[in-house]
Design a protein around this ligand. Sequence first.
Ligand code: HEM
Length: 525
Amino acid sequence: MPNLWYSFVYSATEALNRLMLDVPEQTVFALIRTYGGIFGVAYLLYWIGVVTYRLTLHPLAHIPGPFLCRIGSLQQCYFEAILNGRFLERFPEYHRKYGPVVRISPNEVHLNDSSMYHEIYKNNSMFTKDATSYALGVSEAMAFTVSVDKHRQKRKTLDPNFSKSRVALMEDGLYKELELVFDRITEYEQRGEPVPGDIISRYLFGKSLGLVSSSNFVERAEQMRSFTKGIWIAIHFQFIRNTLLVLPRWILAYLSDTFVKVLWFTEGLAQQAIQDFNMQEALAKSPIDETIFDRLLIDSARRQASGKDLRPLHFRELADEIAGILNAGTEPTATMLSYATYFWLKFPHVQSRVLEELASVQHVKDRLPLQQLENLPYFTGFVKESLRYMPLVPGRLPRTVPLGEGLYVPSTKQTIPPGSVVGMSHLAIHFDPDIFEQPDEFRPERWIGEQGKALNRWLLSFSKGRTDCIGKTLAYAEMHLILANLVTRFELELTPNGHKDMVWLDRVIVHSGQSLRVMVKSKRG
Ligand code: HEM
Protein backbone atom coordinates (compact mmCIF):
# COMPACT_ATOMS: atom_id res chain seq x y z
CA MET A 1 0.00 0.00 0.00
CA PRO A 2 2.75 2.59 0.88
CA ASN A 3 4.38 1.80 -2.49
CA LEU A 4 1.13 2.44 -4.26
CA TRP A 5 0.62 5.72 -2.41
CA TYR A 6 4.19 6.78 -3.18
CA SER A 7 3.89 6.03 -6.89
CA PHE A 8 0.55 7.87 -7.03
CA VAL A 9 2.06 10.97 -5.38
CA TYR A 10 5.10 10.71 -7.62
CA SER A 11 3.06 10.48 -10.82
CA ALA A 12 0.84 13.36 -9.73
CA THR A 13 3.90 15.44 -9.02
CA GLU A 14 5.35 14.65 -12.41
CA ALA A 15 2.10 15.65 -14.09
CA LEU A 16 1.93 18.89 -12.17
CA ASN A 17 5.55 19.63 -12.88
CA ARG A 18 4.91 19.35 -16.56
CA LEU A 19 2.11 21.88 -16.22
CA MET A 20 3.84 24.24 -13.82
CA LEU A 21 7.40 24.16 -15.01
CA ASP A 22 8.37 27.19 -12.93
CA VAL A 23 7.35 25.60 -9.59
CA PRO A 24 10.23 23.69 -8.01
CA GLU A 25 9.71 19.94 -8.03
CA GLN A 26 10.34 19.57 -4.33
CA THR A 27 7.66 22.16 -3.47
CA VAL A 28 4.89 20.44 -5.45
CA PHE A 29 5.83 17.06 -4.09
CA ALA A 30 5.85 18.40 -0.55
CA LEU A 31 2.47 20.12 -1.04
CA ILE A 32 0.82 16.93 -2.29
CA ARG A 33 2.39 14.89 0.45
CA THR A 34 1.24 17.33 3.12
CA TYR A 35 -2.37 17.74 1.90
CA GLY A 36 -2.67 14.09 0.94
CA GLY A 37 -1.43 13.14 4.37
CA ILE A 38 -3.87 15.53 6.08
CA PHE A 39 -6.73 14.15 4.00
CA GLY A 40 -5.72 10.56 4.72
CA VAL A 41 -5.47 11.13 8.46
CA ALA A 42 -8.79 13.04 8.53
CA TYR A 43 -10.47 10.19 6.63
CA LEU A 44 -9.05 7.63 9.03
CA LEU A 45 -10.15 9.68 12.06
CA TYR A 46 -13.62 10.07 10.55
CA TRP A 47 -14.00 6.29 10.24
CA ILE A 48 -12.60 5.67 13.71
CA GLY A 49 -15.24 8.15 14.96
CA VAL A 50 -18.04 6.46 12.99
CA VAL A 51 -17.08 2.97 14.18
CA THR A 52 -16.74 4.15 17.82
CA TYR A 53 -20.15 5.80 17.60
CA ARG A 54 -21.76 2.68 16.15
CA LEU A 55 -20.32 0.55 18.93
CA THR A 56 -21.12 2.90 21.82
CA LEU A 57 -23.61 5.74 21.36
CA HIS A 58 -25.66 4.48 18.39
CA PRO A 59 -29.30 3.73 19.34
CA LEU A 60 -28.68 0.06 18.41
CA ALA A 61 -25.38 -0.20 20.30
CA HIS A 62 -27.06 -2.39 22.96
CA ILE A 63 -28.16 -5.01 20.40
CA PRO A 64 -25.70 -7.90 20.00
CA GLY A 65 -24.44 -9.08 16.64
CA PRO A 66 -21.30 -10.04 14.70
CA PHE A 67 -18.63 -7.36 15.13
CA LEU A 68 -18.40 -6.64 11.39
CA CYS A 69 -22.20 -6.19 11.18
CA ARG A 70 -22.21 -3.78 14.11
CA ILE A 71 -19.55 -1.50 12.65
CA GLY A 72 -20.56 -1.39 8.98
CA SER A 73 -22.49 -2.84 6.08
CA LEU A 74 -19.58 -4.64 4.45
CA GLN A 75 -20.48 -8.07 5.83
CA GLN A 76 -24.09 -7.77 4.64
CA CYS A 77 -23.01 -6.36 1.29
CA TYR A 78 -20.46 -9.14 0.79
CA PHE A 79 -22.90 -11.97 1.42
CA GLU A 80 -25.84 -10.36 -0.38
CA ALA A 81 -24.39 -8.43 -3.30
CA ILE A 82 -21.06 -10.16 -3.97
CA LEU A 83 -22.10 -13.75 -3.19
CA ASN A 84 -25.59 -13.04 -4.62
CA GLY A 85 -28.03 -13.71 -1.79
CA ARG A 86 -26.06 -15.82 0.72
CA PHE A 87 -26.74 -13.64 3.80
CA LEU A 88 -30.00 -15.30 4.83
CA GLU A 89 -28.30 -18.66 5.37
CA ARG A 90 -26.07 -17.10 8.05
CA PHE A 91 -29.00 -16.08 10.25
CA PRO A 92 -29.48 -19.41 12.09
CA GLU A 93 -25.87 -19.26 13.24
CA TYR A 94 -26.16 -15.59 14.27
CA HIS A 95 -29.28 -16.32 16.33
CA ARG A 96 -27.70 -19.37 17.98
CA LYS A 97 -24.83 -17.19 19.06
CA TYR A 98 -26.51 -13.85 19.89
CA GLY A 99 -30.16 -14.69 20.70
CA PRO A 100 -33.45 -13.74 19.02
CA VAL A 101 -32.51 -10.09 18.37
CA VAL A 102 -29.41 -9.63 16.23
CA ARG A 103 -27.90 -6.48 14.74
CA ILE A 104 -27.19 -7.39 11.12
CA SER A 105 -25.91 -3.97 10.03
CA PRO A 106 -25.37 -0.70 11.91
CA ASN A 107 -29.03 0.34 11.57
CA GLU A 108 -30.78 -2.99 11.00
CA VAL A 109 -31.95 -5.76 13.28
CA HIS A 110 -33.15 -9.24 12.45
CA LEU A 111 -35.69 -10.88 14.77
CA ASN A 112 -36.02 -14.60 15.29
CA ASP A 113 -39.10 -14.43 17.51
CA SER A 114 -42.27 -15.44 15.66
CA SER A 115 -44.48 -13.73 18.27
CA MET A 116 -43.26 -10.35 16.96
CA TYR A 117 -44.36 -10.89 13.34
CA HIS A 118 -47.91 -9.62 13.70
CA GLU A 119 -46.68 -6.57 15.62
CA ILE A 120 -44.77 -5.37 12.57
CA TYR A 121 -46.82 -6.63 9.63
CA LYS A 122 -50.36 -5.79 10.73
CA ASN A 123 -53.29 -3.99 9.12
CA ASN A 124 -52.95 -0.64 10.84
CA SER A 125 -49.17 -0.84 10.95
CA MET A 126 -47.22 2.40 10.90
CA PHE A 127 -44.01 0.50 10.16
CA THR A 128 -42.93 1.65 6.71
CA LYS A 129 -41.07 -0.18 3.95
CA ASP A 130 -37.36 0.55 4.39
CA ALA A 131 -36.65 3.34 1.92
CA THR A 132 -33.21 2.02 0.94
CA SER A 133 -34.30 -1.54 0.19
CA TYR A 134 -37.37 -0.39 -1.73
CA ALA A 135 -35.68 2.34 -3.79
CA LEU A 136 -35.44 0.26 -6.95
CA GLY A 137 -36.22 2.84 -9.61
CA VAL A 138 -40.03 2.54 -9.76
CA SER A 139 -40.70 4.67 -6.70
CA GLU A 140 -44.20 5.70 -7.82
CA ALA A 141 -45.48 2.11 -7.86
CA MET A 142 -47.56 1.09 -4.84
CA ALA A 143 -45.30 -1.86 -4.12
CA PHE A 144 -42.38 0.55 -3.57
CA THR A 145 -44.26 3.38 -1.85
CA VAL A 146 -42.89 4.16 1.59
CA SER A 147 -45.32 6.80 2.96
CA VAL A 148 -48.21 5.21 4.84
CA ASP A 149 -50.82 7.70 3.61
CA LYS A 150 -49.71 7.57 -0.01
CA HIS A 151 -49.64 3.77 0.07
CA ARG A 152 -53.13 3.59 1.64
CA GLN A 153 -54.56 5.82 -1.07
CA LYS A 154 -53.02 3.76 -3.90
CA ARG A 155 -54.12 0.51 -2.30
CA LYS A 156 -57.69 1.76 -1.88
CA THR A 157 -57.80 2.62 -5.57
CA LEU A 158 -56.40 -0.71 -6.76
CA ASP A 159 -58.01 -3.14 -4.28
CA PRO A 160 -61.27 -3.55 -6.28
CA ASN A 161 -59.29 -4.82 -9.31
CA PHE A 162 -58.08 -7.75 -7.21
CA SER A 163 -61.24 -8.55 -5.22
CA LYS A 164 -62.66 -12.07 -4.95
CA SER A 165 -65.60 -11.21 -7.23
CA ARG A 166 -63.29 -9.68 -9.83
CA VAL A 167 -61.07 -12.75 -9.81
CA ALA A 168 -64.13 -15.00 -10.20
CA LEU A 169 -64.95 -13.09 -13.38
CA MET A 170 -61.54 -13.97 -14.78
CA GLU A 171 -62.14 -17.73 -14.66
CA ASP A 172 -63.33 -18.00 -18.25
CA GLY A 173 -60.35 -16.01 -19.56
CA LEU A 174 -57.97 -18.06 -17.44
CA TYR A 175 -59.35 -21.28 -18.90
CA LYS A 176 -59.01 -20.00 -22.48
CA GLU A 177 -55.33 -19.24 -21.91
CA LEU A 178 -54.89 -22.51 -20.07
CA GLU A 179 -56.07 -24.45 -23.12
CA LEU A 180 -53.37 -22.76 -25.20
CA VAL A 181 -50.76 -23.71 -22.63
CA PHE A 182 -51.90 -27.34 -22.61
CA ASP A 183 -51.79 -27.43 -26.43
CA ARG A 184 -48.15 -26.40 -26.22
CA ILE A 185 -47.44 -28.97 -23.51
CA THR A 186 -48.95 -31.66 -25.74
CA GLU A 187 -46.61 -30.61 -28.57
CA TYR A 188 -43.66 -31.20 -26.24
CA GLU A 189 -45.12 -34.58 -25.30
CA GLN A 190 -45.42 -35.55 -28.98
CA ARG A 191 -41.82 -34.57 -29.62
CA GLY A 192 -40.74 -36.55 -26.52
CA GLU A 193 -39.06 -33.47 -25.05
CA PRO A 194 -39.21 -32.29 -21.44
CA VAL A 195 -41.57 -29.34 -20.88
CA PRO A 196 -39.78 -26.22 -19.63
CA GLY A 197 -41.51 -24.83 -16.55
CA ASP A 198 -41.53 -21.27 -17.86
CA ILE A 199 -43.90 -22.17 -20.69
CA ILE A 200 -46.77 -21.69 -18.30
CA SER A 201 -45.67 -18.25 -17.21
CA ARG A 202 -44.93 -17.19 -20.77
CA TYR A 203 -48.38 -18.06 -22.02
CA LEU A 204 -50.50 -17.54 -19.02
CA PHE A 205 -49.49 -14.83 -16.63
CA GLY A 206 -50.02 -11.32 -17.68
CA LYS A 207 -52.71 -12.28 -20.13
CA SER A 208 -54.65 -13.99 -17.39
CA LEU A 209 -54.28 -10.86 -15.32
CA GLY A 210 -56.46 -9.17 -17.91
CA LEU A 211 -55.49 -6.00 -16.13
CA VAL A 212 -53.38 -4.32 -18.74
CA SER A 213 -54.65 -4.03 -22.25
CA SER A 214 -51.69 -4.72 -24.49
CA SER A 215 -50.90 -7.48 -26.90
CA ASN A 216 -47.21 -7.74 -26.02
CA PHE A 217 -47.70 -7.52 -22.26
CA VAL A 218 -46.67 -11.16 -21.87
CA GLU A 219 -43.45 -10.77 -23.82
CA ARG A 220 -42.46 -7.83 -21.62
CA ALA A 221 -43.47 -9.72 -18.50
CA GLU A 222 -40.97 -12.38 -19.50
CA GLN A 223 -38.23 -9.77 -19.89
CA MET A 224 -39.14 -8.40 -16.49
CA ARG A 225 -38.21 -11.74 -14.98
CA SER A 226 -34.54 -11.05 -15.60
CA PHE A 227 -34.76 -7.92 -13.44
CA THR A 228 -34.15 -9.69 -10.15
CA LYS A 229 -30.78 -11.01 -11.37
CA GLY A 230 -29.02 -7.87 -10.17
CA ILE A 231 -31.35 -6.98 -7.32
CA TRP A 232 -28.77 -7.24 -4.53
CA ILE A 233 -26.35 -5.07 -6.49
CA ALA A 234 -29.16 -2.53 -6.98
CA ILE A 235 -29.96 -2.54 -3.25
CA HIS A 236 -26.37 -2.28 -2.04
CA PHE A 237 -24.83 -0.10 -4.75
CA GLN A 238 -27.42 2.58 -5.16
CA PHE A 239 -25.06 4.85 -7.04
CA ILE A 240 -24.82 2.25 -9.83
CA ARG A 241 -28.61 2.05 -10.06
CA ASN A 242 -29.07 5.83 -9.85
CA THR A 243 -26.40 6.39 -12.51
CA LEU A 244 -28.07 3.87 -14.81
CA LEU A 245 -31.42 5.57 -14.35
CA VAL A 246 -30.14 9.02 -15.36
CA LEU A 247 -28.07 7.81 -18.32
CA PRO A 248 -29.39 8.65 -21.78
CA ARG A 249 -31.56 5.77 -22.94
CA TRP A 250 -29.32 4.87 -25.91
CA ILE A 251 -26.40 4.20 -23.54
CA LEU A 252 -28.69 2.26 -21.25
CA ALA A 253 -30.00 0.25 -24.20
CA TYR A 254 -26.40 -0.64 -25.03
CA LEU A 255 -25.87 -1.89 -21.43
CA SER A 256 -29.22 -3.62 -20.97
CA ASP A 257 -31.52 -4.00 -23.90
CA THR A 258 -34.14 -5.80 -21.78
CA PHE A 259 -34.29 -3.10 -19.12
CA VAL A 260 -34.82 -0.34 -21.66
CA LYS A 261 -37.45 -2.32 -23.53
CA VAL A 262 -39.47 -2.72 -20.36
CA LEU A 263 -39.10 0.99 -19.51
CA TRP A 264 -40.16 2.04 -23.00
CA PHE A 265 -43.01 -0.40 -22.94
CA THR A 266 -44.49 0.76 -19.62
CA GLU A 267 -43.95 4.43 -20.43
CA GLY A 268 -45.51 4.02 -23.86
CA LEU A 269 -48.55 2.29 -22.40
CA ALA A 270 -48.96 4.97 -19.75
CA GLN A 271 -48.67 7.82 -22.23
CA GLN A 272 -51.19 6.21 -24.53
CA ALA A 273 -53.60 5.53 -21.67
CA ILE A 274 -53.52 9.19 -20.59
CA GLN A 275 -54.05 10.33 -24.18
CA ASP A 276 -56.96 7.94 -24.81
CA PHE A 277 -58.65 8.34 -21.45
CA ASN A 278 -62.29 9.24 -21.61
CA MET A 279 -64.04 9.39 -18.25
CA GLN A 280 -67.50 8.45 -19.54
CA GLU A 281 -66.22 5.51 -21.57
CA ALA A 282 -64.10 4.28 -18.67
CA LEU A 283 -67.02 4.49 -16.25
CA ALA A 284 -69.24 2.57 -18.66
CA LYS A 285 -66.83 -0.41 -18.85
CA SER A 286 -67.81 -3.69 -17.22
CA PRO A 287 -65.57 -4.80 -14.32
CA ILE A 288 -63.86 -7.42 -16.49
CA ASP A 289 -62.96 -4.85 -19.18
CA GLU A 290 -61.73 -2.21 -16.77
CA THR A 291 -57.91 -2.01 -16.72
CA ILE A 292 -55.66 -0.71 -13.99
CA PHE A 293 -55.14 2.39 -16.12
CA ASP A 294 -58.87 3.08 -16.12
CA ARG A 295 -59.09 2.64 -12.37
CA LEU A 296 -56.12 4.90 -11.64
CA LEU A 297 -57.22 7.61 -14.07
CA ILE A 298 -60.84 7.60 -12.89
CA ASP A 299 -59.65 7.89 -9.30
CA SER A 300 -57.25 10.70 -10.19
CA ALA A 301 -59.98 12.66 -12.03
CA ARG A 302 -62.33 12.26 -9.06
CA ARG A 303 -59.71 13.37 -6.57
CA GLN A 304 -58.97 16.41 -8.69
CA ALA A 305 -62.65 17.29 -9.00
CA SER A 306 -63.09 17.06 -5.24
CA GLY A 307 -60.02 19.24 -4.65
CA LYS A 308 -58.06 16.45 -2.90
CA ASP A 309 -55.42 16.50 -5.65
CA LEU A 310 -54.18 19.58 -7.45
CA ARG A 311 -52.77 17.90 -10.51
CA PRO A 312 -53.78 14.99 -12.70
CA LEU A 313 -51.94 11.68 -12.54
CA HIS A 314 -48.53 11.96 -14.16
CA PHE A 315 -47.53 9.39 -16.76
CA ARG A 316 -44.53 8.44 -14.60
CA GLU A 317 -46.90 7.32 -11.82
CA LEU A 318 -48.86 5.20 -14.27
CA ALA A 319 -45.74 3.74 -15.87
CA ASP A 320 -44.21 2.81 -12.50
CA GLU A 321 -47.44 1.18 -11.33
CA ILE A 322 -47.61 -0.96 -14.43
CA ALA A 323 -43.95 -1.93 -14.09
CA GLY A 324 -44.66 -2.89 -10.45
CA ILE A 325 -47.68 -5.03 -11.33
CA LEU A 326 -45.85 -6.55 -14.30
CA ASN A 327 -43.11 -7.65 -11.97
CA ALA A 328 -45.19 -8.62 -8.94
CA GLY A 329 -47.94 -10.35 -10.90
CA THR A 330 -45.96 -12.65 -13.13
CA GLU A 331 -42.71 -14.00 -11.77
CA PRO A 332 -43.95 -14.86 -8.24
CA THR A 333 -46.85 -17.02 -9.42
CA ALA A 334 -44.69 -18.69 -12.07
CA THR A 335 -42.03 -19.52 -9.49
CA MET A 336 -44.54 -20.80 -6.96
CA LEU A 337 -46.15 -22.96 -9.58
CA SER A 338 -42.80 -24.49 -10.53
CA TYR A 339 -42.15 -25.35 -6.89
CA ALA A 340 -45.66 -26.77 -6.34
CA THR A 341 -45.18 -29.01 -9.41
CA TYR A 342 -41.78 -30.02 -8.09
CA PHE A 343 -43.24 -30.85 -4.64
CA TRP A 344 -45.93 -32.94 -6.39
CA LEU A 345 -43.12 -35.07 -7.82
CA LYS A 346 -40.81 -34.94 -4.83
CA PHE A 347 -43.50 -36.01 -2.34
CA PRO A 348 -45.52 -38.61 -4.31
CA HIS A 349 -47.39 -39.68 -1.14
CA VAL A 350 -49.72 -36.67 -1.66
CA GLN A 351 -50.77 -37.67 -5.17
CA SER A 352 -53.43 -40.33 -4.62
CA ARG A 353 -55.43 -38.25 -2.11
CA VAL A 354 -55.31 -35.13 -4.30
CA LEU A 355 -56.36 -37.10 -7.40
CA GLU A 356 -59.17 -38.76 -5.45
CA GLU A 357 -60.52 -35.37 -4.41
CA LEU A 358 -60.17 -33.96 -7.91
CA ALA A 359 -62.05 -36.95 -9.33
CA SER A 360 -65.02 -36.00 -7.15
CA VAL A 361 -65.36 -32.56 -8.76
CA GLN A 362 -68.35 -32.11 -11.06
CA HIS A 363 -67.14 -30.80 -14.42
CA VAL A 364 -69.04 -27.83 -15.82
CA LYS A 365 -68.70 -27.48 -19.61
CA ASP A 366 -65.78 -29.93 -19.45
CA ARG A 367 -63.99 -27.73 -16.92
CA LEU A 368 -63.07 -28.06 -13.25
CA PRO A 369 -64.83 -25.04 -11.69
CA LEU A 370 -62.60 -22.80 -9.59
CA GLN A 371 -65.00 -22.48 -6.67
CA GLN A 372 -65.21 -26.24 -6.25
CA LEU A 373 -61.45 -26.61 -6.46
CA GLU A 374 -60.93 -24.00 -3.76
CA ASN A 375 -63.26 -25.96 -1.46
CA LEU A 376 -61.32 -29.23 -1.68
CA PRO A 377 -59.64 -29.55 1.72
CA TYR A 378 -56.65 -31.75 0.87
CA PHE A 379 -55.95 -30.17 -2.52
CA THR A 380 -56.12 -26.68 -0.99
CA GLY A 381 -53.87 -28.04 1.76
CA PHE A 382 -51.41 -29.10 -0.96
CA VAL A 383 -51.39 -25.56 -2.42
CA LYS A 384 -50.88 -23.99 1.01
CA GLU A 385 -48.22 -26.50 2.03
CA SER A 386 -46.32 -25.70 -1.19
CA LEU A 387 -46.51 -22.00 -0.30
CA ARG A 388 -45.28 -22.77 3.24
CA TYR A 389 -42.51 -25.12 2.17
CA MET A 390 -41.00 -22.58 -0.22
CA PRO A 391 -41.97 -19.07 0.84
CA LEU A 392 -41.53 -16.85 -2.19
CA VAL A 393 -39.76 -14.16 -0.15
CA PRO A 394 -37.69 -16.41 2.09
CA GLY A 395 -35.89 -13.57 3.81
CA ARG A 396 -36.99 -10.44 5.55
CA LEU A 397 -39.18 -7.59 4.37
CA PRO A 398 -37.30 -4.71 5.99
CA ARG A 399 -39.50 -2.20 7.84
CA THR A 400 -38.60 1.06 9.60
CA VAL A 401 -39.75 1.36 13.22
CA PRO A 402 -42.14 4.35 13.41
CA LEU A 403 -41.75 7.37 15.66
CA GLY A 404 -42.86 6.71 19.21
CA GLU A 405 -41.67 4.30 21.83
CA GLY A 406 -39.93 1.85 19.54
CA LEU A 407 -40.52 -1.88 19.22
CA TYR A 408 -40.41 -3.71 22.54
CA VAL A 409 -39.39 -7.37 22.35
CA PRO A 410 -40.78 -9.07 25.49
CA SER A 411 -38.69 -12.24 25.15
CA THR A 412 -35.42 -10.33 25.55
CA LYS A 413 -36.76 -7.15 27.22
CA GLN A 414 -34.99 -5.11 24.56
CA THR A 415 -36.40 -2.12 22.70
CA ILE A 416 -35.61 -1.46 19.07
CA PRO A 417 -35.69 2.33 18.79
CA PRO A 418 -37.66 4.37 16.21
CA GLY A 419 -35.88 4.87 12.90
CA SER A 420 -34.15 1.48 13.05
CA VAL A 421 -34.87 -1.13 10.41
CA VAL A 422 -36.30 -4.52 11.46
CA GLY A 423 -37.15 -7.62 9.52
CA MET A 424 -38.07 -11.27 10.04
CA SER A 425 -37.26 -14.21 7.82
CA HIS A 426 -40.37 -15.93 6.48
CA LEU A 427 -38.44 -19.15 6.03
CA ALA A 428 -37.59 -19.24 9.75
CA ILE A 429 -41.25 -18.81 10.74
CA HIS A 430 -42.50 -21.36 8.20
CA PHE A 431 -40.11 -23.88 9.74
CA ASP A 432 -40.67 -22.89 13.38
CA PRO A 433 -41.51 -26.19 15.18
CA ASP A 434 -43.54 -24.27 17.81
CA ILE A 435 -45.97 -23.28 15.03
CA PHE A 436 -45.73 -26.07 12.47
CA GLU A 437 -45.46 -29.55 13.92
CA GLN A 438 -42.62 -31.44 12.19
CA PRO A 439 -42.01 -28.56 9.82
CA ASP A 440 -39.57 -30.46 7.60
CA GLU A 441 -42.33 -32.85 6.56
CA PHE A 442 -44.53 -31.95 3.59
CA ARG A 443 -48.01 -32.50 5.04
CA PRO A 444 -51.00 -30.95 3.21
CA GLU A 445 -53.32 -32.34 5.91
CA ARG A 446 -51.97 -29.86 8.48
CA TRP A 447 -54.18 -27.22 6.79
CA ILE A 448 -57.43 -29.16 7.21
CA GLY A 449 -60.10 -28.47 9.87
CA GLU A 450 -60.09 -25.99 12.75
CA GLN A 451 -56.42 -26.60 13.48
CA GLY A 452 -55.63 -25.85 9.85
CA LYS A 453 -57.68 -22.67 9.91
CA ALA A 454 -55.70 -21.44 12.90
CA LEU A 455 -52.48 -21.98 10.94
CA ASN A 456 -53.58 -19.56 8.21
CA ARG A 457 -52.32 -16.77 10.44
CA TRP A 458 -48.83 -18.19 9.98
CA LEU A 459 -48.88 -18.68 6.22
CA LEU A 460 -46.72 -15.69 5.39
CA SER A 461 -46.02 -16.30 1.70
CA PHE A 462 -48.15 -13.29 0.78
CA SER A 463 -46.94 -11.35 3.84
CA LYS A 464 -49.56 -9.94 6.19
CA GLY A 465 -51.21 -6.66 7.08
CA ARG A 466 -51.35 -3.28 5.38
CA THR A 467 -48.79 -4.09 2.68
CA ASP A 468 -49.58 -7.76 2.07
CA CYS A 469 -49.88 -9.08 -1.49
CA ILE A 470 -52.74 -7.38 -3.31
CA GLY A 471 -52.80 -10.24 -5.84
CA LYS A 472 -53.15 -13.13 -3.36
CA THR A 473 -56.72 -14.08 -4.38
CA LEU A 474 -55.70 -14.14 -8.03
CA ALA A 475 -52.55 -16.12 -7.22
CA TYR A 476 -54.57 -18.72 -5.28
CA ALA A 477 -57.03 -18.99 -8.17
CA GLU A 478 -54.23 -19.43 -10.71
CA MET A 479 -52.48 -22.04 -8.60
CA HIS A 480 -55.67 -24.05 -8.03
CA LEU A 481 -56.73 -23.97 -11.68
CA ILE A 482 -53.36 -24.72 -13.20
CA LEU A 483 -52.29 -27.45 -10.77
CA ALA A 484 -55.66 -29.22 -10.83
CA ASN A 485 -55.72 -29.29 -14.63
CA LEU A 486 -52.06 -30.21 -14.92
CA VAL A 487 -52.20 -33.24 -12.63
CA THR A 488 -55.55 -34.52 -13.93
CA ARG A 489 -54.59 -34.24 -17.60
CA PHE A 490 -50.93 -35.33 -17.54
CA GLU A 491 -48.66 -37.89 -15.93
CA LEU A 492 -45.58 -35.95 -14.88
CA GLU A 493 -42.03 -37.14 -14.38
CA LEU A 494 -39.02 -35.19 -13.18
CA THR A 495 -36.01 -35.06 -15.52
CA PRO A 496 -32.80 -36.65 -14.12
CA ASN A 497 -31.34 -33.32 -12.94
CA GLY A 498 -34.68 -32.13 -11.55
CA HIS A 499 -33.76 -32.09 -7.85
CA LYS A 500 -30.48 -30.30 -8.50
CA ASP A 501 -32.15 -27.72 -10.76
CA MET A 502 -34.67 -26.79 -8.09
CA VAL A 503 -32.11 -25.82 -5.45
CA TRP A 504 -33.23 -22.30 -4.63
CA LEU A 505 -31.39 -19.00 -4.67
CA ASP A 506 -32.37 -15.94 -2.66
CA ARG A 507 -32.80 -12.98 -5.00
CA VAL A 508 -35.10 -11.29 -2.49
CA ILE A 509 -37.65 -13.54 -4.12
CA VAL A 510 -36.84 -17.20 -4.62
CA HIS A 511 -35.30 -18.43 -7.87
CA SER A 512 -34.54 -21.97 -8.82
CA GLY A 513 -31.02 -22.65 -10.09
CA GLN A 514 -32.51 -23.86 -13.40
CA SER A 515 -36.00 -23.82 -14.83
CA LEU A 516 -38.07 -26.87 -13.81
CA ARG A 517 -38.23 -29.44 -16.64
CA VAL A 518 -40.68 -32.33 -16.57
CA MET A 519 -41.57 -35.15 -18.97
CA VAL A 520 -45.31 -35.37 -19.64
CA LYS A 521 -47.69 -38.04 -20.87
CA SER A 522 -51.28 -37.17 -21.60
CA LYS A 523 -53.83 -39.11 -19.49
CA ARG A 524 -56.57 -38.59 -22.04
CA GLY A 525 -54.81 -40.87 -24.52
C1 HEM B 1 -47.87 -17.04 -5.58
C2 HEM B 1 -47.84 -15.82 -6.02
C3 HEM B 1 -47.48 -14.60 -5.21
C4 HEM B 1 -46.77 -14.49 -4.06
C5 HEM B 1 -46.16 -15.62 -3.23
C6 HEM B 1 -46.70 -13.08 -3.73
C7 HEM B 1 -46.06 -12.58 -2.60
C8 HEM B 1 -46.05 -11.24 -2.26
C9 HEM B 1 -45.41 -10.71 -1.08
C10 HEM B 1 -44.62 -11.53 -0.05
C11 HEM B 1 -45.63 -9.38 -1.07
C12 HEM B 1 -45.12 -8.37 -0.04
C13 HEM B 1 -43.86 -7.75 -0.58
C14 HEM B 1 -43.30 -6.65 0.28
O1 HEM B 1 -43.86 -6.25 1.28
O2 HEM B 1 -42.24 -6.16 -0.13
C15 HEM B 1 -46.38 -9.05 -2.26
C16 HEM B 1 -46.78 -7.78 -2.60
C17 HEM B 1 -47.43 -7.47 -3.77
N1 HEM B 1 -47.88 -8.36 -4.71
FE1 HEM B 1 -47.72 -10.38 -4.65
N2 HEM B 1 -47.36 -12.38 -4.69
C18 HEM B 1 -47.87 -13.26 -5.60
C19 HEM B 1 -48.65 -12.96 -6.71
C20 HEM B 1 -49.05 -11.69 -7.05
C21 HEM B 1 -49.95 -11.38 -8.16
C22 HEM B 1 -50.61 -12.40 -9.07
C23 HEM B 1 -50.05 -10.01 -8.20
C24 HEM B 1 -50.82 -9.11 -9.12
C25 HEM B 1 -51.27 -9.34 -10.23
C26 HEM B 1 -49.24 -9.47 -7.11
C27 HEM B 1 -49.09 -8.13 -6.84
C28 HEM B 1 -48.48 -7.64 -5.72
C29 HEM B 1 -48.39 -6.21 -5.42
C30 HEM B 1 -48.89 -5.07 -6.28
C31 HEM B 1 -47.75 -6.11 -4.17
C32 HEM B 1 -47.47 -4.84 -3.38
C33 HEM B 1 -48.59 -4.69 -2.36
C34 HEM B 1 -48.52 -3.45 -1.51
O3 HEM B 1 -47.45 -2.87 -1.35
O4 HEM B 1 -49.56 -3.05 -0.97
N3 HEM B 1 -48.67 -10.53 -6.45
N4 HEM B 1 -46.64 -10.21 -2.96
